[in-house]
Design a protein around this ligand. Structure first.
Ligand SMILES: [Zn+2]
Length: 230
């Protein structure tokens, strides 16, 4: 059925006495009694349009699920660039970035290929996250004029970083999937908490001073937060 700001699929059935509307992905599915007229169906949809739009909006904000199978050909982002995974056999299990490929070597007799590849990839990310985040934190701490007590890499599920009251910084290793300037923002964000341990206007003023494009980065993270589900 055409003429709405969204896709509509009408299903007519003998088994229904009244209409029901559900969302299947981005498609609005309306199930109606077999002999209901098109006109009535249209009127029903019109009446529910604001509800449909709210639901569609809610849905678009849901993160696409990163479901990786850890097989050759899959793309894995690192600092904003995509690298193709290549799973091959080797003498020992290892992982290396070679000419744009993330090459995972697994022993021939490896039984659980997916889990082993996943484990190697995650350790690779964690190691690189640590190197990059220490480097970036040292760089930006001079600019902000603060000295964190310690820097550590964590396996957070729903945050990018944190700063304890006594100055211990922690970062989610998955932030390393984002482009450089996004990682920089997270670093400056946490460092500014050493000046102000809250999200007050004064805090954001510090962020603004040291990282003027912070709003774009924050929006990027809001839109792409599914990278945190790897
Ligand atoms: Zn914060």
């Amino acid at each position: 059925m055409e003429g709405f700001g969204f896709q509509v699929k009408v299903k007519r059935t003998n088994r229904k006495k009244s209409a029901s509307i559900t969302l299947v992905g981005e498609i609005v599915k309306i199930t109606v009694p077999k002999f209901m007229s098109d006109y009535t169906v249209r009127e029903l949809i019109k009446k529910r349009t604001s509800w449909i739009n709210i639901k569609l909006k809610e849905q678009s904000l849901k993160p696409p699920i990163i479901k990786k199978n850890y097989i050759s050909g899959e793309l894995f982002p690192y600092l904003g660039k995509n690298f193709k995974l290549k799973v091959i056999n080797g003498e020992r299990a290892s992982i290396k970035l070679v000419g744009g490929y993330l090459v995972v070597k697994l022993q021939k007799n490896e039984i659980n290929i997916k889990n082993s590849a996943k484990f190697l990839l995650q350790s690779w990310y964690k190691k690189h996250a640590e190197d990059q985040l220490i480097k970036k934190t040292n760089h930006f701490s001079k600019i902000v004029g603060v000295t964190p007590k310690s820097i550590s890499i964590k396996n957070y599920k729903s945050r990018w970083g944190s700063c304890s009251i006594d100055g211990e910084l922690s970062y989610n290793w998955r932030i390393i999937l984002a482009p450089h300037h996004i990682v920089d923002y997270v670093v400056v964000h946490e460092l500014c908490h050493l000046l102000e341990h809250n999200h007050s206007p004064r805090y954001w003023q510090h962020v603004e001073n040291y990282f003027p494009e912070w709003k774009n980065s924050r929006n990027w993270l809001r839109k792409n937060y599914y990278i945190g589900s790897l």
